[in-house]
Structures are given as C-alpha cells and as structure tokens.
Design a protein around this ligand. Structure first.
Ligand code: SAM
Length: 346
C-alpha cells in the first residue's frame, strides 16, 4: 500500500461559497414565506375572493432549506407570508433559527413582517424565541380608513396594541410599513409623520407595485417618493439621514429635533435593483430571485426527490447566479408575475 503523506490525508475544507449573481451582487438576505393564508383582505392586495393558493411545508422542512442558504452566506432571514403569525410552529422555527450561525460565526439577523393583528399576545414569546425585529404593515392611522382597507372590523385597535406590545418586548427598531395609494390613503401621509414621532417607531412609505391579485395598479395610483417628501416638508421639514449600507432600500429622514424617523421605499419611481441583496423562498419551497420573476425554481421538489445537500446547494448557487438584473415595471411589455405579493411573500 502506498504511504500517504500527512498533506495528502488532511481533510479538504472547501472555501466557503457565498451567493453572488452574474451582475456582481452578493446575496445575503433571504425572505421566507411560511404560509400564503392571511386574515386580512387589504383592498389593494387581495380581491377578497381568493384564499390561500399554494401549499405550506412542514416547519422542519423550512428549517432544512434555510440551513442550506445560511451555509451559502445568508446573514439575514425575514419570515413573512401571507400572515406568518397564523402559522403553527412559528415559535419553534424561530428558536431553531436563533441557534444557527452565519459563515462568519455570527447569529442570524432574524426579522418578521406581520399585519400585527395577533402580535399583542405573540410579541414576548417571539422575542424570547430569539426574534430580533418585526415590521408591522399598517396603511392608515385613522381607524375607519384602516378598517376600510383591511376589511376587518376592529383591526386598527388590534394592530395598535400589537405595535405597542412589540416595542415593549424590545422587537426594535420597530418599523411600520405603509403602502400608499392615491385616493385610498394618501391623506394619511402627514398623520403617519406625527405617528412616527409620538409612538417612537420608524414609519416607511412604500410605493405600490403591480403585484396585486386584481388589476388596480396604474402609474397614476402610485404616490411617489418626491410627492411624499414634498407633502411632509410642507408641514414639518425633513432632514435626510445618510444610508448605513449600500443595499439599504429606504431613503431615510428625520426631523430637526431628531425625534422620529421616516423612510421611503421607492421601487417604482427610483428603483434600487442594482443594490438588491435578496432572494425569496415561497411557502411551497420555490426560489424566486426577484419579486417580478417570471420563473420559479423548485428547491423543495428537489429535496423531496432525495437530492443530497451538495446537489441542493449547487442548485441554489446556480439559481441565484441567474438573478434578474432589474425589474421592468412601467416599461412596454412588462408582465406581472403569476403570483401576487401575498402568495410570494412580501
Ligand atoms: N401579512 C404580512 C403583512 O401584512 O405584513 C406579510 C405579507 S404582506 C403581503 C407584506 C407587505 O406587502 C405588506 O406590507 C403589504 O402592504 C405589502 N404589499 C402587498 N401588496 C403590495 C403591492 N402591490 N405593492 C407594494 N406592497 C405591497
């Protein structure tokens, strides 16, 4: 038998692979939808006729898939849906995710996006399980307007209680996301600026994208970044806050006394695709490399078919490499994706 040198027998440690795409972007942010069920029927998101449309995986299966991504350089995981707080096993999933470490040995940045309806009771258990932050979607600070949008009576009080419970539990910085639509809730802009200051939360306005179940979107219904800034400036001057990192999606502002923060996310009027660091996993285990992707990549199907970890990792690396350069909202020939936001995972 040939003698083997210590060098030849040393275990080979492959260099850590990090997800990158063919446009040179490093992908370190994973959004996972854990259900496409939702207890709200927001008028700009749902038709009100469609229910859940896609299967959910077992909590163990999401965990296995997320682990593959984390080994490839994902540092931030955001759980979403549908409404993630409807999902049984959520707390256990967060407990397990909190045990994972990034390639560089750090805990994951764990966040969750919710409509806040069930948050009052769940805020503390979520925090104790290891969740770092929540983002609450809230499209009006006026109760009747809010309930006209969600189509759920009593929802405003529930969400407000949820926001306060999350802040008290330390799920901070607490962000409130508001999608503005002309003629629906654009009268709320100044009220939200006051809300940010009074409730000590970060309010972020998001431009409406063509991702609804119906056909509501038009360029005219989008309330743009410029318009929002102009409107708030008229009441209270805004002071720009420098970006913390290049992949930050929100333009941030505060007020002259430093109390309260406003962000504006403008995917339509000032797209930030060049700095995108995201990839998504749908509730049925498909990879989406862009909100506006026309194709999905069936990662879960491969796992079910028995592909091993190495093959699944290769599949993720190859899929992410092919991430789209940018979206084409508003351009001739733009095609809406077949899934709407609630079924992709917002
Ligand atoms: N149920 C959770 C919630 O309400 O945050 C998570 C899922 S929800 C689909 C995620 C976010 O997507 C919400 O803030 C919602 O307002 C936003 N959203 C839905 N449709 C949108 C659209 N067409 N354009 C922009 N944002 C949208």
């Amino acid at each position: 038998m040939a003698a083997t040198s210590p060098i030849a027998t040393a275990p080979e440690v492959p260099p850590a692979r990090r997800l990158t795409d063919s446009h040179g972007r490093v992908i370190h942010d994973l959004r996972v939808s854990i259900t496409d069920r939702c207890n709200y029927k927001c008028v700009y998101c749902r038709t009100g006729e469609m229910g859940p449309q896609y299967p959910e995986l077992g909590i163990e299966e999401y965990l296995k898939l997320i682990k593959l991504f984390v080994k490839l350089g994902i540092e931030k995981v955001r759980l979403t849906g549908g409404e993630p707080l409807l999902r049984s096993g959520l707390i256990e999933l967060i407990e397990e995710l909190a045990k994972l470490r990034t390639i560089s040995g750090e805990p994951l940045d764990l966040a969750l996006t919710t409509n806040g309806h069930l948050l009052q009771k769940l805020a503390m258990p979520l925090k104790e399980a290891g969740l770092n932050r929540v983002t609450v979607s809230m499209d009006a600070v006026d109760a009747p307007t809010f309930e006209r949008i969600t189509r759920v009576p009593g929802s405003f009080e529930k969400v407000l209680a949820g926001i306060r419970a999350a802040r008290d539990a330390g799920l901070t910085p607490l962000k409130i996301n508001c999608v503005l639509l002309r003629g629906f809730n654009d009268s709320e802009i100044e009220g939200f600026a006051r809300f940010a200051r009074e409730e000590d939360v970060v309010v972020r306005f998001i431009e409406f994208m063509p991702l609804e179940e119906g056909r509501l979107w038009s360029p005219e219904i989008v309330v743009t970044l410029k318009e929002i800034v102009d409107r708030i400036n008229r009441e209270m001057p805004l002071v720009p806050v420098p970006a913390r990192d290049p992949s930050e999606t929100a333009r941030r502002y505060t007020f002259p006394d430093g109390v309260g923060e406003i962000g504006i996310i403008a995917p339509v009027s000032q797209a930030f695709c060049g700095a995108c660091s995201r990839v998504r996993l749908t509730s049925d285990g498909k990879i989406r490399t862009c909100l506006f992707s026309q194709i999905e990549h069936d990662l879960y199907g491969r796992m079910r078919a028995g592909e091993d970890q190495a093959a699944l990792s290769d599949y993720i690396v190859g899929t992410v490499y092919g991430k789209e350069a940018r979206h084409h909202i508003g351009e001739p020939g733009f095609l809406k994706p077949s899934r709407s936001m609630v079924h992709i995972g917002g």
